[in-house]
Design a protein around this ligand. Structure first.
Ligand code: CDT
Length: 359
């Protein structure tokens, strides 16, 4: 029996700060119906697909010790249940059409925890599973030097759950959210559980304030990490953007569906609402899982112990997102520009880290 099925990546264009949930859900319903018309069994929406990317604003009256004061506006961006009254039509329509979906949203739990979450729903409208974002990028406190904030680390907790996979749509499906896609461990932990398709939603501003030299590489890095993740783990990857200029901030679009070979088989061409589809043969995963990436035969986990060790031997203490002025290395001055000639000389000897033990 073939394990091929059609998947849709439902890219979204910008969502305005004041756009109602009802309006957004109507946009999602349009894409869901388009997916059904194209014969999709699963339509994947991006990260935080119900709202604008609100971590770009400082929205409460707290300080470095956390959120405080009037949180009415902040709270308005979160769902306190799923389905919620405004998302129920999506679940109903999915069931009516016999099509599944994956939806990113901000989750506020009854006991006050805040997560950046994905929910996977099957063709009966039933929830298959949730995923809460593991790698939370950005910063915790208001940083006025930035053109816009990236306060994910203020508004979301790191997942306590990690990367699960789910038996659904005839295969083994995993989920990840945005920054997770840059980390090889994301794919590998799910690859080790047999993932055959990894669904990844993202909001990636083109302007990366801590190191603008990375700005022109956003598209390249997006492809690099997702294609590598797919190939090295013999899995399909469905990467879905919220792109375009949202509240003055331009974000990467270029949603794509990637085969276990690492090849891009479909890619969005717009920076707006757009559905791309591909027929994904889950059995293609075995071509890689049973040959080059036969984990049981070729992996050497005993050689990788540092990866799961919490004590990094040469920790880059404080090397998180710094303000330019507090950075101990010059992020902006030293990188050669494209037209500067760089001699192919040996790299300078590395300075020993102050905490490195003498050999
Ligand atoms: N949403 C999200 O995780 N975006 C990050 C931007 C990092 S800039 C602080 C990303 O990795 O694309």
């Amino acid at each position: 029996m073939t394990r091929s099925f059609n998947v849709g990546a439902a890219q979204l264009g910008p969502i305005g700060r004041n756009e109602t949930r009802e309006s957004v859900v109507n946009r999602l319903l349009t894409l869901l119906r388009r997916g059904a018309a194209y014969g999709c069994e699963l339509v994947v929406f991006p990260e935080l697909a119900l709202t604008t990317f609100f971590p770009r604003w400082f929205l409460d009256e707290g300080d470095e010790s956390g959120i405080a004061g009037d949180t009415t506006e902040l709270d308005s961006f979160y769902e306190t249940s799923m389905p919620s009254p405004t998302t129920q039509p999506l679940f109903d329509e999915a069931k009516r059409l016999g099509i599944g979906f994956c939806l990113g949203y901000a989750e506020l739990t009854p006991d006050g925890h805040r997560y950046n979450t994905y929910v996977l729903v099957d063709h009966s409208g039933d929830i298959v599973g949730h995923y809460r974002k593991v790698h939370i990028p950005g910063h915790e406190t208001h940083e006025p030097w930035r053109k816009f904030q990236h306060l994910e680390r203020r508004y979301f907790e790191e997942s306590p759950n990690g990367f699960d996979v789910f038996e659904a749509f005839g295969g083994t499906i995993g989920m990840a959210i945005c920054n997770d896609r840059r980390w090889p461990e994301t794919y590998r932990v799910m690859g080790l559980q047999g993932a055959e398709m990894i669904l990844i939603g993202y909001n990636t501003p083109l302007d990366y304030a801590p190191d603008p030299s990375q700005n022109p590489l956003q598209s390249f890095h997006n492809q690099l990490v997702m294609q590598a993740g797919a190939y090295q783990n013999g899995t399909w990857v469905v990467g879905v953007a919220k792109g375009g200029v949202e509240e003055g901030v331009e974000s990467l679009a270029q949603s794509m569906i990637i085969a276990p070979s690492g090849q891009i088989v479909a890619q969005a061409t717009s920076i707006d609402d757009e559905l791309i589809t591909a027929r994904c043969d889950l059995d293609m995963c075995d071509r890689y899982k049973k040959t080059l990436f036969d984990f049981d035969r070729y992996r050497r986990p005993d050689m990788y112990q540092l990866i799961s060790s919490t004590a990094a031997p040469r920790s880059l203490e404080g090397a998180s997102e710094r303000t330019p002025s507090s950075s101990p290395i010059s992020l902006h001055m030293d990188a050669p520009t494209a037209d500067e000639h760089v001699d192919p000389v040996d790299p300078p000897a590395q300075q020993p880290h102050p905490e490195a033990s003498p050999s």
